[in-house]
Design a protein around this ligand. Sequence first.
Ligand code: 5GP
Ligand code: ZN
Length: 112
Amino acid sequence: MSDCLFCKIVEGNIPSSKVYEDDQYYAFNDIGPQAPTHILVVAKRHLDRISSMDDGDCAMIGGLFRTAARICAEKNIEDYRLVINNGAGVGQSVFHIHLHILAGRPMGWPPG
Ligand code: 5GP
Ligand code: ZN
């Protein structure tokens, strides 16, 4: 999508600190880290939010988690939190689905 921040990052039109890339997924360091490790994993294909998913998107969303697990394994990170915000009311600010990987500090539960 031409006006989507994360599409522009995936396309290389906005710079980012790349962590991982393959033909379907792109991962980069969050610009405002909330933990010592804070990585965003996105699918290259644009989808705005989890509530827009249909059955044809299941593999793509599953791949986000698989990619996150691969990244953490490569970095020897055993304990991590994976977060997807759905909707502005719970903090979604970029409407291109992204999986947050948070690690490297103690985390409370429930999340705030
Ligand atoms: P959300 O609030 O939508 O779940 O997460 C969006 C995340 O994107 C935030 O954690 C925010 O810090 C990050 N972010 C926003 N703009 C940029 C950017 O231009 N570059 C990078 N690397 N991260 C960004
Ligand atoms: Zn997008």
